[in-house]
Design a protein around this ligand. Structure first.
Ligand SMILES: Cc1cc2nc3c(=O)[nH]c(=O)nc-3n(C[C@H](O)[C@H](O)[C@H](O)COP(=O)(O)OP(=O)(O)OC[C@H]3O[C@@H](n4cnc5c(N)ncnc54)[C@H](O)[C@@H]3O)c2cc1C
Length: 568
């Protein structure tokens, strides 16, 4: 298991390695390489201009609301029966079965605003009773059979970055729970360069995977904002989408096969390059969130490392112009690999929050094009130089036809360099008395404007009060021929008396609104515990019954992560 940093209550590893792209192209630079490297950045403070802006917009009074000390977090004694503990030790070895306070706290819940609020208040009621670290598919399958027989709930744990309550471990029967940490299964095997296939362990994190692939001149190119901490198994279990998903595809598209250990046996799924042998059972495992078993191996479709990367900024006068431009690119299969269109509120926040040099750069570039405001579009192309040039040329023509003004490579490179940094700010915002959370959906190009309006209206209605308005910022970041995702960040003055209820009410209003307007329940965060009351609205009662029947066959005692996916 990798060495662990000191345990804290922060939502995002303080002092941990930050990922940045290699090169800062600089003014007038041409194309840069497509590599990634790990750097250590200092903790970024919230710029003063951003604090002032937030205080004005939100009616927020900055105040100190620090989390409790780690030692003050309440943790009930472990309920794992002694004979189950002994059987697990016999199976995995003593060092791989843990009931100590720190091991349990480290696997308590995920990283949603609600998770962080609870933990900051000293509540770790979602902590497992014990932690097991299997080292192989066979050990995982044996562990699942044992837990099924002894009625112990199993919650697979990858990077712990779930933002939808995927690790809450809620069980209607309140049975003892075991967190199954996959970090020992974290290596690459079966590198088949000719077929562009690689097998990876489920506990492998993004940076380690990319490093291992780079040795063979390969990349996966899956870069979610949680890249530093999230794992291959977690990506598969949640159907994650990375920042370059418009080009390389969602994580589901990158999986050629996988191994799923269940209490009823082991399933080997997927048959590359393609198969017509009945319905694709691989699709049942992708997005199964630990409710059907544990993913113990993933066969990935990889690609050669890009020889060229071009990132640049553009500006549209309005959100509507931006959506129309992207939609036109999509229809003609001209979307760049990275596409990120910010609405006016997010564009303004970027200007304020980018920090001294970054904000000056963006402000200067926008002013030079007569666009003090508007909607920022960041685009990126990666691959072989002639292809990148040809794709870019064709896309640029369409962008210009839709009134977009180019604001330059430095803006694109600046985004690329800081693209994993935003989560580090969240702890500081929470420390100062703010509600800060995100939600996401996707809709067809036709429905997207209505979904955008509906979500914003719902959040404002729920979180607004006399003298207080939330800041609701949106962007589109994953494009398809048929539509796009919509990602929303909300900031508001926190209700210090009822913070959980404040967000639960807003989330309920936003989810009802986006579903009614034609959005999906989730584009890439998954269902977890937080979204499961709405799953039936997405897949219908028969769809839920089909999933229940599959679960019943694979997990007859219902021990596999019972608190997620399926409604009560
Ligand atoms: C700051 C931040 C930024 C994020 N950005 C993105 C983003 O850009 N794109 C995106 O898609 N998501 C994003 N997420 C959400 C999250 O990172 C993804 O859902 C990710 O795929 C979870 O991976 P993980 O390894 O951390 O899984 P965990 O959080 O450990 O687990 C997630 C769920 O999957 C189950 N699970 C985990 N591993 C396995 C396994 N091997 N077998 C079966 N079930 C398993 C768990 O039980 C749980 O229900 C972000 C989260 C945060 C906190």
């Amino acid at each position: 298991m990798p060495e662990q940093p000191e345990l804290t209550i922060q939502g995002w590893g303080p002092g941990s390695s930050r990922v940045a792209t290699v090169a800062d192209a600089g003014e007038g630079a041409e194309e840069t390489g497509g590599g990634l490297e790990l750097t250590r950045d200092p903790e970024l403070p919230l710029p003063k201009a951003a604090r002032r802006h937030l205080a004005r917009e939100l009616g927020w009074t900055p105040r100190a609301t620090p989390p409790v000390a780690v030692g003050d977090i309440r943790l009930a004694p472990s309920r794992l029966p002694e004979d189950v503990h002994a059987a697990l030790v016999a199976l995995l070895g003593g060092e791989h079965v843990r009931t100590d306070r720190e091991s349990r706290l480290r696997r308590a819940g995920g990283k949603s605003y609600l998770d962080l609020l609870r933990r900051r208040g000293g509540d770790a009621s979602d902590a497992p009773d014990a932690v097991a670290l299997p080292g192989s598919t066979a050990e995982t399958a044996a562990l699942l059979a044992l837990c099924s027989e002894r009625d112990v709930v199993v919650v697979p744990f990858g990077g712990g970055t779930s933002v939808v309550g995927g690790l809450a471990g809620v069980d209607p029967d309140d049975r003892p729970s075991l967190s199954v940490d996959l970090s020992r299964m974290a290596s690459v095997s079966d590198v088949d360069v000719a077929s562009s296939l690689v097998t990876a362990g489920p506990g492998m994190r993004g940076p380690a995977l990319e490093e291992a692939l780079a040795e063979h001149g390969l990349t996966l190119g899956h870069l979610p904002q949680s890249f530093e901490f999230a794992t291959v198994g977690g990506y598969a279990a949640t159907r994650s989408a990375g920042q370059a998903s418009t080009g390389v595809g969602r994580f589901d598209d990158l999986v050629a096969g996988l191994t799923l250990a269940t209490p009823s046996g082991v399933l080997e799924l997927g048959h590359p390059p393609a198969s017509a042998a009945g319905p694709d059972l691989l699709g049942l495992a992708l997005g199964s969130e630990g409710a059907l078993g544990v993913i113990t191996e993933v066969r990935l479709r990889v690609r050669p490392r890009p020889r060229t990367a071009v990132y640049e900024g553009w500006s549209f006068r309005t959100w509507e112009d931006g959506l129309a431009g992207l939609q036109r690119l999509a229809r003609h299969d001209l979307l760049p690999d990275v596409v990120r269109l910010s609405d006016p509120e997010e564009t303004r926040a970027n200007l304020l929050n980018a920090g001294g040099a970054g904000a000056r750069l963006l402000r200067g570039a926008l002013r030079a094009r007569g666009r003090a405001e508007g909607c920022l579009l960041v685009v990126g192309w990666e691959g072989l130089p002639p292809l990148v040039r040809a794709r870019r040329r064709a896309a640029v023509g369409v962008l210009r036809e839709h009134g977009a003004a180019r604001v330059g490579r430095r803006v694109g490179e600046s985004w690329r360099r800081h693209r994993f940094a935003a989560p580090y700010l969240r702890d500081r915002l929470m420390d100062a008395g703010l509600l800060v959370e995100t939600l996401e959906t996707a809709a067809t190009w036709s429905a997207l404007p209505a979904v955008y309006d509906a979500v914003r209206r719902a959040l404002r209605g729920s979180l607004g009060a006399p003298g207080r308005q939330p800041l609701v910022m949106g962007h589109v970041s994953h494009g398809y021929a048929t539509g796009a995702s919509l990602y929303v960040t909300v900031l508001a003055d926190r209700d210090d008396d009822l913070p959980l209820q404040q967000w639960l009410g807003a989330k309920r209003a936003a989810t009802d609104a986006l579903l009614a307007a034609g959005g999906t329940l989730t584009h890439h965060h998954a269902v977890g515990a937080d979204h499961r009351p709405w799953l039936e609205r997405e897949v219908g009662p028969l769809g839920v019954d089909v999933l229940r029947a599959v679960k019943q066959r694979l997990d007859p005692r219902g021990v596999c992560n019972p608190g997620v996916l399926l409604p009560d």
